[in-house]
Ligand binder design. Sequence first.
Ligand SMILES: [Zn+2]
Length: 220
Amino acid sequence: MSNIFKAEFIRQNEDLDTVCPVFRKIFWAEKKVRKATLSISALGFYEVHINNNRIGKFIFAPGWTSYRTRLQYQNYNVTKYLEECNTIDIAVGTGRRRHNRKDEELPFLKADEIAVISALTVEYEDDTVEVIAGKDKGKRGQIVRVIRDKDRVIVAGVNLVKKAMKKRTQQDRGGIAEVEAPLHISNVAIVCKKCGPTRIGYKLDGDKKLRVCRKCGDTL
Ligand SMILES: [Zn+2]
């Protein structure tokens, strides 16, 4: 099921009259993106752009329904539009939704309200890295998180440190847990299936930038 069912409607703070609000979200892709799907619907007509690329060709999206009972939503494969830093802009105009028929009023929204609901589901590549320096040298694991502004990564099961856990409830006894501490990116190397730890290069394939192994040239 689409993650849109976990999302909530967002709406404009004030009535802009005939001006369309644009809802903007900026986010960083933490790792190499394997697949990204944007699910979106609106009360009113929406038009969505990612990094200034119009997504889809649908005019008058999300399409007509009896809003009281159901609302259509669309899924778009937006993988090729994602970069490291991404801006999503959703413009929502007054649509069929915006009228004065009180009988179509949804229990949680006023009939004249403009709102949008959206979810972006991103699947990342499973990046396996090997630690090439420090106490965990030789250990391998998958990158769990990239801390971009500090040039550090968290690797599953690697660089474990003991951490005192706070009691969260009366019953919770707290205690010591092992958590992964961040590693500097210079201490890890991406693992190529053929060659083992390697360095990353880039190759252009048409307008697509491919990440390749510097040793064997295979895509990573
Ligand atoms: Zn290789």
